[in-house]
Write a protein that binds this ligand. Structure first.
Ligand SMILES: [Zn+2]
Ligand SMILES: [Zn+2]
Length: 375
């Protein structure tokens, strides 16, 4: 069986971005094969892979999930196993998460479960938010629909090897809105003949930023980030005739998020009409909120206690999103965080690197959690 640190470095050297994880999936199938699972499912919701460890006895189906994809970011760190693919890097630690999951497979091979089934899911395209919904929509998922699903994410800024979890909202929902405004250009010397979206754009930037407050939502529960705005062309001779505004919306649960998005769309439409513009809205990178099931979160807490691992108290949900939220609809789920150290660069930073020293803790946690259900 492969050494897990060697495996992590091998994965790190060969990053593949969302939807392109073909070779990574092939590698994973190879190493999973060494662990004698009952079945391996491939091409799940894209390049996804699932290994089923079936006790042959009645019991629950427990899914443990990790991610296959890397990011389209140039790695500036210089580990000896630096990315060999220009412009792409494992800068979210999914190489570490995959190695942890192979570690779990190795433990299950050595010491098989006694009831139910454990499914180890290597999910594609987490970073774009399309992977989890695609896996769930895949016909092949019906055979592995879990009673409980668990995931972890490493977390820079949190002490090394510490565990954090809470029940209820754990990660915000998020979605991007692209608002296009269309008016009419004119010569810059005759702005009165144009229908410029300038005032609508300025108004919308302000209005959307303040939308949570206007809806009476506490600042801790939702936020809007203006990510991009453009108006007309970079030329002095033209009064602008169109504009684009891109904003990211986040809320701690899906209902609040739906309210926020609906109001933003109405607001955009109203501004366009008021200024004699036509408009269109497109939606992208939709992530459901991660809502931690109470029993599952308690199981995670108990696992950390049994393993005598240090825990960090988490009172509020994280404002970042995880497409693991999509699994909430398919069963009871919980996501926990594993500290990657106070000095670790942030996720998606160009010099980020998953700390190998927390790999064993991740494996111990998943094994403890899963064996509670499956022996
Ligand atoms: Zn990421
Ligand atoms: Zn990630």
């Amino acid at each position: 069986m492969i050494d897990l640190i060697d495996l992590r470095h091998e994965l790190h050297r060969h990053p593949e971005i969302s939807g392109e994880e073909r070779i990574t999936a092939t590698r994973i199938v190879k190493y999973l094969g060494e662990c004698n699972p009952s079945q391996i499912i491939t091409d799940l919701g894209g390049h996804g892979v699932a290994a089923i460890f079936d006790s042959g006895q009645a019991g629950e189906t427990i899914l443990l999930r990790c991610e296959l994809d890397a990011l389209p970011i140039i790695e500036t760190g210089e580990p000896p196993y630096r990315s060999t693919v220009e412009g792409k890097g494992h800068l979210c630690g999914h190489d570490g998460h995959m190695s942890i999951m192979i570690g779990v497979a190795q433990r299950l091979a050595k010491n098989p479960i006694t009831r139910g089934r454990i499914v180890l899911l290597f999910q594609p395209a987490e970073e774009t938010g399309v992977g989890a919904p695609a896996v769930i929509a895949d016909e092949k998922f019906k055979a592995i629909k879990p009673d409980f699903a668990y995931a972890l994410h490493n977390l820079p800024g949190m002490p090394l090897g510490h565990i954090g979890v809470k029940s209820g909202p754990m990660c915000f929902a998020s979605e991007g809105l692209k608002i296009s405004l269309f008016g009419r250009t004119s010569h810059a010397s005759h702005p009165e003949d144009a229908v410029s979206p300038m005032k609508a754009l300025i108004g919308l930037i302000d209005e959307l930023t303040n939308l949570p407050a206007q809806l009476g939502i506490e600042p801790d529960h939702a936020l809007v980030t203006i990510c991009h705005a453009s108006l007309g062309e970079p030329a002095f001779g033209i009064t602008p005739g169109d504009a684009i505004l891109m904003a990211a919306f986040r809320a701690e649960n899906d209902a609040l998020q739906a309210k926020l998005i609906e109001n933003a769309a109405q607001c955009a439409k109203a501004y366009a009409e008021q200024h004699g513009l036509s408009s269109s809205i497109s939606y992208d990178e939709k992530f459901a909120a991660c809502d931690n099931n109470e029993a599952a979160a308690t199981n995670i807490k108990n696992a950390a206690e049994n393993l005598q691992l240090p825990m960090v108290r988490i009172d509020k949900p994280f404002r970042w999103s995880e497409d693991f939220g999509a699994f909430s609809a398919a069963g009871n789920t919980a996501l926990f965080v594993l500290g990657s150290g106070e000095d670790c660069p942030q996720l998606h930073a160009s010099n980020y690197d998953f700390p190998d020293s927390i790999m064993k803790t991740g494996i111990d946690m998943f094994e403890e959690i899963a064996r509670k259900h499956c022996g």
